[in-house]
Design a protein. Structure first.
Length: 144
């Protein structure tokens, strides 16, 4: 390939290993989440709700770097399953508040060992490298 097209080589892209690692991580979670009927995106929504119990769609989107177009159908499904409630804010009807239900909270017990199981499966990174990667990824997310 001509030198003027070096920027188009896959090996020169930071986006590709990030994308491939993301897919690999989601695939690693799938055997644990599928029996619970959850996708990875639903799982991370639950992680926020288990911590906060009640958030707006905007807050949830900001925390998870997801847009309302992705979250709305997902949250409608979770509401239909009885895991969350959605209600309009009394102060501003444009704002939707998401709350976890007791049924949604029960999933926490079923999911509590997933991070430990994944850690047992082995990471190619040592603790220091993992901490560095974590820090760099959040720096990257903040800079975009």
């Amino acid at each position: 390939m001509a030198q003027e097209y070096e920027q188009l080589l896959l090996k020169n892209q930071i986006c590709f290993p990030l994308y491939a690692c993301g897919r690999k991580i989601v695939a690693a979670y799938t055997p644990y989440l599928k029996p619970l009927g959850l996708t990875y995106t639903q799982y991370i929504v639950f992680m926020v709700l288990w911590e906060k119990e009640r958030v707006t769609v905007g807050q949830l989107g900001s925390m998870l770097h997801l847009d309302a177009g992705t979250l709305t159908p997902l949250l409608k499904n979770l509401e239909k399953e009885g895991y969350v409630t959605r209600e309009r804010s009394k102060d501003d009807e444009r704002v939707t508040i998401i709350s976890i239900t007791p049924k949604g909270d029960e999933l926490k017990e079923k999911c509590k060992d997933i991070p430990l199981e994944l850690a047992k499966s082995g990471s190619p990174l040592n603790e220091k490298e993992a901490a560095q990667l974590y820090s760099l990824l959040y720096k990257f997310l903040g800079d975009l």
